[in-house]
Design a protein around this ligand. Structure first.
Ligand code: PLP
Length: 452
């Protein structure tokens, strides 16, 4: 086996050869070296899906230090929708880097932050008057959305749903459903957080959206009471929980109930947002207009940025100084976000997300017809998953899921698993991936299923 030299000058972006190329086993010797250093230096709670040492990425590939080129079907968890080192992002961040790197927006403001807020107010669902506030991570933005909703309603309770994922900070751990690995031993969690049942068509016996909403609303009314409830927070399509698309009508019924009961409806679009599902925001697929929208991941081409955008009366209720933070809306991240949004628009990436979705759904449904271990194929746009089950009982098959993912990793395809039961393989390719790479990646997954 030859080791391809990977000089430090190797750059990402679309100039990288768009191919799956294995020149060593995964991990190769240089990646193994980094893994050994990681084990000795980095807390083991900070895990990794693939044991590789990345040196470049762009288009639809990730290149490691041993010269292997892997197909990226994860986008760094739905972040690099515009691809890694997207040219407009590189140019905009470089220019910003050369002017100033930080002032703290709440000390001395700058245009980039305001321009991102203007864009978010324009792109999020609804044509009402809006305001935005910027933060660093998805979890931080979720926390702020809850703060704002409580301040506005002068109420305290918050409802999240079964299978929800909202982050790893204290409040967002409480909102998140899954115990291991997100919560176990990390409590106590924040009070006044309650859980309602979701619409999960594959596993709830075929409840209609209206029936599932009535069930959730009944739990909320009987166990909490609208008079105590500040906010409902929900992912329009659940991410970590298993790419669960609720039955049609579920989300609109919740929005309607919230509006009638002075409850703030928060859409956590951290994973579903920014072109991923073939719309700017997944709320659009059901025509819902959330009071507050939380965005992050796909917003800035890989730079850390998050946002809460929503009704001006709600957003403006917090007192000056009540929202903010040292780095929130950092100028580099704002420059990246503006260039990222321009790239989604100019390069037609919303349409591309739909095309990718058609390829994913088509190929995966064909696999499912031939293989009953694929219990469900679901998702929207470039956010699609398969749920793997024991065909006899429908029981979740996490072992099979892990085996298929391991096979894909060993054969040069980055795929991620998810789901409360650990039995979902999710596909989140960058929207810059070619059909050829996408289909090659899926064929490796199909081989993995055959071999398992
Ligand atoms: C990833 C994610 C978060 C947390 O975002 P971080 O940037 O990791 O804090 C919150 N909500 C959803 C739906 C997510 O997918």
């Amino acid at each position: 086996m030859t080791l391809v030299d990977t000089p430090a000058t190797m750059t990402g972006g679309p100039a990288l050869a768009q191919e799956r190329r294995l020149v060593t086993a995964i991990p190769g010797p240089r990646s193994q070296e980094l893994m050994a250093r990681k084990a000795a230096a980095v807390a083991s709670g900070v895990g990794h899906t693939l044991p590789i040492s990345v040196v470049a990425a762009g288009g639809g590939v990730i290149v490691d230090a041993d010269g292997n080129s892997l197909i990226d079907l994860g986008s760094g968890i739905a972040v690099t929708g515009v691809g890694n080192s997207a040219p407009r992002v590189v140019d905009a961040v470089t220019a910003q880097l050369n002017s100033f790197t930080h002032t703290c927006f709440t000390v001395s403001p700058y245009e980039g932050y305001v321009a991102v807020a203007e864009k978010l107010n324009e792109l999020t669902p609804g044509d009402h008057v809006k305001r935005s506030a910027l933060f660093n991570s998805g979890a931080e933005a979720v926390e702020n959305a809850v703060k704002i909703a409580r301040h506005f309603t002068k109420k305290q309770a918050v409802v999240a749903f079964d299978h929800a994922y909202h982050g790893r900070t204290n409040l967002t751990m409480g909102l998140t459903a899954k115990n291991i690995p997100y919560k176990s031993g990390f409590g106590p969690f924040a009070s006044e957080v309650y859980r309602a049942p979701l619409s999960y068509p594959f596993r709830d016996g075929g409840l209609s959206g209206a029936e599932a909403a009535a069930r959730a609303i009944s739990v909320i009314e009987k166990q909490i009471g609208a008079e105590n409830l500040a906010a409902i927070i929900i992912e329009p399509i659940q991410g970590e929980g298993g790419f669960i698309v609720p039955a049609q009508g579920f989300l609109p019924a919740l929005v309607e109930w919230a509006a009638a009961n002075n409850v703030v409806f928060i859409a956590d679009e951290v994973q579903t947002g920014f072109a991923r599902t073939g719309a700017w925001f997944a709320s659009e697929h059901e025509g819902i207009v959330p009071d507050l929208v939380v965005a992050a991941k796909g917003i800035a081409g890989g730079l850390p940025l998050s946002a809460v955008t929503g009704r001006a009366d709600i957003m403006d209720s917090a007192m000056a100084g009540g929202l903010g933070g040292t780095y929130g809306g950092n100028p580099l991240a704002c420059a990246a976000a503006l260039a990222t949004i321009e790239t989604y628009e100019e390069d037609g990436l919303i349409e591309r997300a739909r095309e990718i979705g058609a390829v994913l759904i088509g190929r995966l449904n064909a696999l499912r017809t031939a293989d009953p271990r694929i219990g469900d194929v679901r998702g929207r746009g470039a956010m699609v998953a398969i749920e793997l089950v024991d065909p006899a009982t429908g029981a979740p098959d996490a072992a099979l899921t892990n085996a298929v993912a391991k096979y894909a990793h060993a054969n040069g395809v980055v795929v991620l698993t998810c789901g409360t039961y650990g039995n979902v393989i999710r596909f989140l390719p960058p929207l810059t991936i070619s059909d050829e790479l996408l289909i090659d990646g899926l064929s490796v997954v199909a081989e993995g299923l055959k071999n398992a």
